[in-house]
Design a protein around this ligand. Structure first.
Ligand SMILES: [Zn+2]
Length: 225
């Protein structure tokens, strides 16, 4: 597995990402969470413990699957955003389910790690709007154009909750499984040190090629292919 060195996103005035960085800063620094539940959770990848978390404002909820010792050394961490169409129905329009399964398999292989599952369907726009975006994509728009046509930013996620969850779990340094540099930057602003970014690349179906091309070209996701 290729492991890239510590990755930091420059966030300066004039940077096209500056407004996003600013939003992350504001949100991340004020976020705190509390644990709602914790239970044994056997899966086909192995035995996890499942945690329920809610932010203190009571607005956002997320689940964390935790395996093994995640405190002694920086654990493998994946932050996955809910994708009903991909995760449950096996949609080939995106690579979400493949990434989810790859992350769980890699954590199980290491014997330790955390998967945080955030309820942010369609990069935060919600399920119905995501289906409308699919309709627009069928008419020729790409995923970013479709979101913007519907009045949303390309990516509404703030990644504030995950930093709070990791702190609550006693994790301050992580090896982040992600192709998204914004996630690395946002976690670091939340006080979590990303010691490595570990690529989470799957072989996509032909249906998802355009979607992944847009993620790479317009959203700065890093793919080796
Ligand atoms: Zn998806």
């Amino acid at each position: 597995m290729e492991v890239l060195p510590n990755f930091r996103l420059a966030c300066t005035d004039g940077d096209a990402r500056a407004s996003i960085c600013y939003r992350y800063n504001v949100v991340v620094s004020s976020q705190s969470v509390h644990q709602v539940a914790s239970a044994d959770f056997p899966t086909r990848w192995g035995k996890f413990r499942i945690f329920g978390f809610r932010d203190t404002a009571g607005k956002e909820e997320a689940v964390a699957l935790v395996m093994g010792d995640v405190r002694s050394v920086p654990p493998l961490v994946r932050i996955h955003s809910q994708c009903l169409t991909g995760d449950v129905f096996g949609s080939l329009r995106c690579d979400c389910r493949q990434q989810l399964e790859m992350a769980l398999a890699m954590i199980a292989e290491q014997g330790a790690g955390v998967l945080i599952y955030e309820q942010q369907e369609g990069r935060g726009i919600g399920l119905m709007a995501k289906l409308q975006a699919y309709e627009l994509q069928d008419a020729g728009l790409d995923t970013v154009e479709a979101n913007e046509r519907l009045g949303f930013e390309a990516d509404l996620r703030a990644f504030a909750l995950p930093a709070g969850i990791l702190k609550t779990l006693g994790v301050s340094k992580v090896r982040l499984l992600s192709n998204n540099p914004d996630k690395v930057a946002a976690l670091e602003r939340g006080g979590i040190e990303v010691v490595e970014r570990v690529p989470c690349e799957v072989t996509p179906s032909s249906h998802a090629e355009d979607y992944l091309k847009t993620k790479k070209e317009k959203m700065g996701h890093l793919f080796s292919r």
